[in-house]
Design a protein around this ligand. Structure first.
Ligand code: HEC
Ligand code: HEC
Length: 273
């Protein structure tokens, strides 16, 4: 796992100033790569006692969502939370959970309501995992929320006016999705991605599918080209993300033009109907 520099300034009361420092840090040698330095170190020690046990359970579920006995029945594809939230959500480059708990409850325009951290996790079950929502307050839901809250220790609680986006969420690439070239994306996918994810998108061995019946559904965040492009820019190819903005967008448009499960809300609500 990667260690990032700690910005001491963000620990003080000058949170606004810290945000400016963080924004300045986003301009790196890679040009407009949208990765920010971390404001608070990643925790390493679990809390003692029962709480620590639940946090560890949540970590286990996040890393093994499609096989863990408490969560697998809610998963409808071959993914785990960590397939996208890399390194169990501790990798600041790829949909990190670090600090995420500090912005909830928050209003989300997608659901047009104020949601809790639990709700946000459960929404990823029905969209990104193409499954059904476990019940709010169930053991699986509480454990994941406990894990993400542990990963948010040290971040100041700060209500978010722009939706469910934690302090380390990545700003969208500045590129017009309408400029995507799917044919170019197809060629790049074959040369850059197919070795791990398969030329048919179905995944190879431990490498997860990126389209087809075992992939995320059409209601998932990554099903939007700009969100997928931003993710690819920061996270793929795994271990060596190096795509230009335009190449990231072209590949995203190609991947999302392939078949995947449709999203019909009523089929994914589970006991929350
Ligand atoms: C297919 C990829 C994918 C998988 C699998 C996935 N997520 Fe996500 N998740 C996303 C994306 C993309 C976003 C950001 C959505 C956006 O920008 O609107 C997100 C956002 C979140 C957030 C909000 C973070 C914040 O900053 O507030 C939480 C919490 C979350 N996911 C939890 C989970 C949990 C728990 C699981 C497993 C049950 C999971 N996700 C599985 C793609 C995924
Ligand atoms: C070296 C192998 C490798 C390469 C090359 C690679 N990936 Fe990945 N990718 C992975 C692995 C492994 C994961 C899951 C991470 C985990 O489980 O820790 C992943 C996760 C993903 C995800 C989120 C999970 C899912 O399956 O939906 C997407 C989307 C994705 N990769 C797309 C791409 C695209 C597009 C490219 C080409 C630009 C690419 N990857 C190149 C190995 C790779």
């Amino acid at each position: 796992m990667e260690r990032n520099p700690i910005i001491k300034a963000a620990l003080g009361s000058a949170f606004g100033l810290a945000l400016m420092v963080v924004a300045a840090g986003a301009v790196s040698a890679q040009g407009d790569r949208t990765v920010k330095p971390l404001a608070v170190p990643v925790p390493t020690e679990l809390p003692p006692g029962e709480l620590g046990k639940i946090v560890a359970l949540g970590r286990d579920i996040v890393n093994n969502t499609n096989t863990h006995p408490l969560s697998r029945q809610y998963v409808g594809n071959s993914l785990t939370c960590t397939s996208c939230h890399l390194d169990g959500g501790t990798n600041p480059k790829a949909l990190s959970f670090l600090g995420a708990a500090s912005v909830y409850p928050t209003y989300t325009p997608r659901e047009k309501q104020v949601i809790t951290l639990e709700d946000r996790n459960l929404n990823c079950f029905m969209r990104s995992m193409n499954g059904v929502r476990p019940a709010n307050g169930s053991e699986v839901s509480v454990a994941i929320a406990a894990y993400i809250t542990w990963l948010s220790e040290g971040y100041p609680v700060k209500m978010s006016l722009k939706g469910p986006f934690g302090p380390n969420s990545q700003p969208s690439l500045k590129i017009d999705p309408a400029t995507a070239d799917v044919e170019h994306g197809k060629a790049l996918y074959a040369s850059t991605c197919a070795s791990c994810h398969g030329s048919d998108g179905a995944g190879v061995g431990k490498f997860p599918p990126v389209w087809g019946s075992k992939s995320y559904n059409g209601g998932a965040g990554l099903a939007q080209n700009l969100k997928l492009a931003t993710y690819l820019k920061n996270a793929m190819p795994l271990g060596n993300p190096n795509l230009s903005n335009k190449d990231a967008l072209d590949i995203a448009a190609y991947v999302n033009a392939q078949p995947r499960p449709k999203f019909v809300l009523e089929e994914h609500l589970g006991k929350n109907k």
